[in-house]
Design a protein around this ligand. Structure first.
Ligand SMILES: [Zn+2]
Length: 213
């Protein structure tokens, strides 16, 4: 095959792969940068919590996109998103992507809901099958502290329960960035400015975990 045809074929295959996986990667691979997979929870038919017309999947995605944009200015990390649009990705494929791209850690973004409207605040979760000395707990502590610091939200602490994050051996956490059932928090979580604050907090937590200021 002529060289040009091979090139065209490679480009088409690349675009097809991109279309199939739909994950979003920084355009410039940074030498020495640590790859981090960030997941916006839910998507498409799976809206997650829906409160007063606010869908969790949209809040999660908006924060993930802010995080992706902020990380472009951070040479130490390269963020890969499991989804960059309103689409559903199987849980096994979300964590599978982290193993596939050789990520140093996996972080999933969610928003919470409760029958009690008075409950507001941030929680970071670790899968309960992890041993107490698993680095996921340190990652969770750093992210929790940084998000609370960046947003001024109530600190509901690091928690543990059985999660799909058990599917990977990488340090993995799930951040519940706030309660959609808490009216004030719901209002904040739909504001782009606040979403960016949350994203900045998550990024700072990741950097602290990786050993930076
Ligand atoms: Zn969720």
């Amino acid at each position: 095959m002529p060289r040009l045809h091979v090139l065209v074929l490679v480009v088409i295959l690349f675009l097809l792969t991109l279309g199939l996986t739909g994950s979003l990667r920084q355009p410039l691979t940074r030498p020495g940068a640590v790859v981090v997979v960030v997941d916006a929870g839910h998507g498409d038919h799976d809206a997650g919590a829906v409160v007063a017309g606010v869908k969790e999947k949209d809040v999660n995605l908006a924060i993930a996109l802010h995080l992706f944009a902020l990380a472009r200015w951070e040479p130490r990390v390269e963020v890969v998103l499991t989804r960059a649009s309103d689409r559903y990705v199987e849980l096994k494929d979300r964590v599978g992507l982290a193993d596939q791209v050789g990520a140093a850690l996996y972080l999933s973004i969610h928003a919470n809901a409760s029958a009690d409207k008075g409950i507001c605040g941030v929680e970071t979760w670790v899968d309960s099958t992890r041993r107490p000395d698993d680095p996921s707990f340190r990652l969770a502590a750093e992210v929790q502290q940084a998000v609370v610091h960046a947003t001024g939200a109530t600190d509901r602490g690091v928690r543990s329960q059985p999660l799909y994050l058990s599917r990977t051996k990488l340090p993995a956490v799930l951040v519940e960035v706030g309660y959609l059932t808490c009216p004030e928090e719901r209002d904040r979580l739909t504001s782009s400015l606040y979403q960016e604050k949350v994203a900045r907090g998550i990024l700072q937590g990741i950097l602290a975990f990786l050993g930076g200021p």
